[in-house]
Design a protein around this ligand. Sequence first.
Ligand code: SF4
Ligand code: SF3
Length: 553
Amino acid sequence: MSMFCHQCQETAMNTGCAMKQGFCGKKAEVANLMDLFIWSLKGISVWGTLANELGIYNEKTSYFIAKGLFSTITNANFNKAYFVDSIKESFKLRNALRDEFLKTKKTDFKEHLPECATWEPKNNSDIEAKAETGTGGWLEIKNEDIRSLKATILYGLKGMSAYLEHGYQIVKGGKDIFIFLMSGLSKLVDESLTSDDLLGLVLKTGEMGVQTMKYLDDANAHYGDTEITEVNTGVGTNPGILISGHDLVDLEDLLEQTKDVDIDVYSHSEMLPAHYRPFFKKYKNFIGNYGNAWYLQKTEFEKFKGPALFTSNCLIPPPTDYIDRIFTSGPVGFEGCTHIVDRPLGGRKDFSAVIEKAKSCQPPEELEKGKIVGGFGHKQVLSIADKVIAAVKSGAIKRFVVMAGCDGRHKTRSYYTEVAKKLPKDAIILTAGCAKYKYIKEELGDIAGIPRVLDAGQCNDSYSLAVIALELQKAFELDDINDLPISFDIAWYEQKAVIVLLALLSLGVKGIRLGPTLPGFLSPNVAKIIIDQFNLKAIGTADEDVKSMMAGT
Ligand code: SF4
Ligand code: SF3
């Protein structure tokens, strides 16, 4: 059985993982089921968009679509059974929405519908057989530019869904974004759309990306605004639980259930910024951050000794030596790992299995001793805006370099460490996402008391960096954001970085450097359009890029 997936930066030959297994470890069988699942979500969206025109909106179904797309992002879910079950549920929800639409419509309905809106599986074998034909996969689209534009939109929608799902766990609502998500998915099966229509939708997806990141930023404020914080990177003496991913509600539930037990909780990778939020500081057993970005988990988890809970990407398929210590929740899944059941309405997830596991484990082995300083979300930075503006005016700060995004195992990513080290001492790095691990532990100093690396938080907090840039633009009374002394040197890996990139483009940011490679899903023509329109650049060498960024090019 073969597959085709080109959604992440590690895609084979920067073209597509097309063998029996992707570079990330996703098997062809699962990749094909994912394609069919997304196809079924498009089917719901066709009916959902029609229904919406009649004022029908089903929140549960909309959430199912967002969580479903989230589960298909890189390094989230590898579990075949999850996708078979989700596809079955998808058709049930689609048919319920269709029936509601037809009942409300009353008159005859004779529109030509795509197959994803009408196909009915009889059983699991039907689903598996349909997936094996490649239904819903990219190779069904013969025109490479249409395929590329649709891929850019879908991957943007996946990133958007991830942020939407996190925000929804905290505040609910988000109706406009859910409706856009459905309409965007339904357009991906509309064969009448031209390249220009699709290009317009790429830009609209970016705009909605900004709205979604704002929605999540507002939702996360429930846990307090990020504030300057020192996070310990050493270890305690109790057995520990490592919590990874981006889901703050899972963290809250876990801390509530461990606060009176002799167990220490550590953040891992993208959970680090939770320490910056006041709400979590009251939990004395949330003692620090363990390890680095996701791709080092195999060696680091051996040493951690206790259980690790994955609340979102990035999970690396766990080897047998520690698979019994890996727990998944929400959109994450892996056969052989215990999956924590979703929280009941208004209740908490039950993490007792993770806690019991921790009790039987040794305390973690120390990897390092030290601290990480972060918490520079937009409110925190704007509270010291006078100081920042004065430093720019006096020439103490010559440039801001936004180095947000993802980290990864590609060797050429050492470029980002080099850039951070080679930037002159009068440049400030603004960061968010796990990209920060390439330099956050380096001693890069400060400028008049302002640290040279300002970490806003998780990848979604790239929104904070955009807000900071827009506020600086106002403060300096500039007409164009590109007139600020700011450069963008973004690292991407998975689809959340795609929505971050599209969001920045929609805000009018030009001249972004993107690496370590340009996305393999961009066809030469589509890449050219984006490069011409937005002056998007591939990264060069650290020396060349530092020189060029400092010169404002
Ligand atoms: Fe390949 Fe990335 Fe897709 Fe995994 S997610 S199969 S590595 S393109
Ligand atoms: Fe990292 Fe996976 Fe993208 Fe949220 S955890 S940024 S790669």
